[in-house]
Write a new protein. Structure first.
Ligand code: FAD
Length: 385
């Protein structure tokens, strides 16, 4: 296995790192405090090609591979998790279902403005009664000739309140369970769509998380992605991409927390010497570094396998689960190394601690990831009886 990054992957890493260091990180505390994304920064991200790294150039993207995309998300999250999430929603959760299952017309219509940052996008699977058990969703899609009529509500939609286009998953018949689920692209400027409450959250505060209400909303069948009954499969395939992105966000945040702690430990003196001279602190830093490296490797490997066309259900789940837990642990230890200052806004560690915790919950909780990993392992090593 070649661990060297290609020139293109290095280029994207450098561009994203520079942008995160110069444009995102210095203002990440302000974005968090104001609970607002910076639309100018989003436009700049798009101009740099960071909103559709793996979307082909024909559809307005940068046309690179999945590993390049994953690295770009990691670097952006090292600057600001909420803005990294915009790039992940646009470049993966919204783009991938269209690229893999959409029609040529759908790709041409929806992808270029989203990669250009002119239109905001979202992905809406979860509902109040349907979280981990995503197949039990209840947003109703009634057949009405050339259209579906949508009625019901969706919950927890990242960017739901500011999105122009949203991929929603609905059911034509709940009795049919997964076989009744359909994926549709909706436009939010049409009658019958409204935004309900916005969640007040612990972290990722600049990223809005919203309830969506559909009241006799008409969506043309031309906006249906794949066939009826394929929707659940499309949702799950998309999450295989998304989970690698969550691993990347966790790695980026953990990297920043480790950097802050490593620098601080060499500046702070107690008992007449730098904190970094205490072996107890060195052991913490060493564990953080080793775990971060392992988390980065499982995340990159999952992305690389996807580029090779290999099955990544288990790898994506491992990347998401492991990197998010390591991310939380590293943020926790970084806060400890900073002592009282770790608990204040001054050094950003408390924000990272709040942000990275989400990665254990969204795009399938880590319990769900464990179910997926165990299921795949038991299939691979099934004992003949
Ligand atoms: C900030 C934020 C942004 C989000 N963005 C989006 C988005 O853009 N689009 C979208 O569709 N969704 C989004 N979500 C929803 C997210 O994916 C769900 O919250 C998540 O899948 C968990 O669902 P739930 O909250 O209903 O928890 P539940 O499913 O109710 O789970 C509660 C607890 O029970 C555990 N549990 C459930 N089933 C099992 C089981 N079989 N075995 C063991 N334990 C189990 C869970 O792991 C969890 O610990 C977002 C959520 C948040 C918080």
């Amino acid at each position: 296995m070649d661990f060297n990054l290609s020139e293109e992957q290095q280029y994207v890493r450098d561009v994203a790192r520079k942008f995160a260091d110069e444009r995102l990180y210095p203002r990440a505390g302000e974005f968090d405090h104001n609970a607002e994304l910076d639309r100018e920064a989003i436009k700049e991200m798009a101009e740099l090609g960071l909103m559709g790294v793996k979307v082909p150039e024909d559809y307005g993207g940068t046309g690179l591979d999945n590993l390049a995309y994953t690295i770009s998300i990691e670097e952006l999250a090292r600057g600001c998790a909420s803005h990294a999430l915009v790039a992940a929603v646009h470049g993966s959760l919204f783009a991938m279902p269209l690229l893999e299952f959409g029609t040529e017309e759908q790709k041409q219509k929806f992808l270029p403005p989203v990669c250009a940052g002119e239109k905001m996008a979202a992905y809406s699977l979860s509902e109040a009664g349907s979280g981990s058990d995503a197949a039990s969703l209840s947003l109703q899609a009634d057949d009405d000739g050339d259209n579906y009529i949508l009625n019901g509500t969706k919950l927890w939609v990242t960017q739901g309140s500011i999105a122009d286009y949203i991929i929603v998953f609905a059911t034509v018949d709940r009795e049919k369970k997964t076989k009744g689920i359909v994926a549709l692209v909706i436009e939010t400027d049409q009658p019958g769509f409204s935004v309900g409450k916005n969640e007040v959250k612990m972290g990722y505060k600049a990223s809005p998380t919203s309830e969506l209400i559909f009241d006799d909303y008409k969506v043309p069948k031309a906006h249906q992605i794949g066939e009826v009954g394929r929707g659940f499969n499309i949702a799950m395939e998309t999450l295989n991409h998304g989970r690698i992105s969550v691993g990347a966000q966790s790695v980026g945040m953990a990297q920043r927390a480790l950097e802050i702690a490593t620098v601080y430990s060499q500046q702070r003196t107690q008992f007449g010497q730098e904190l970094a001279k205490f072996q107890g602190i060195q052991f913490k830093l060493a564990d953080m570094q080793a775990k971060l490296h392992a988390a980065r490797m499982v995340t990159y490997e999952a992305a690389w396998k996807k580029d090779q066309g290999m099955k990544v259900i288990k790898d994506a789940a491992i990347a998401k689960m492991y990197a998010s837990e390591v991310g939380t642990e590293i943020a926790h230890q970084a806060m400890q190394i900073l002592g009282g200052y770790g608990y204040t806004h001054e050094y950003n560690v408390e924000r990272i601690y709040r942000d990275v915790r989400l990665c254990e919950i969204f795009e399938g909780t880590n319990e769900v990831q464990r179910i997926v990993i165990a299921r795949e392992l038991l299939k691979e090593m099934a004992v003949e009886k």
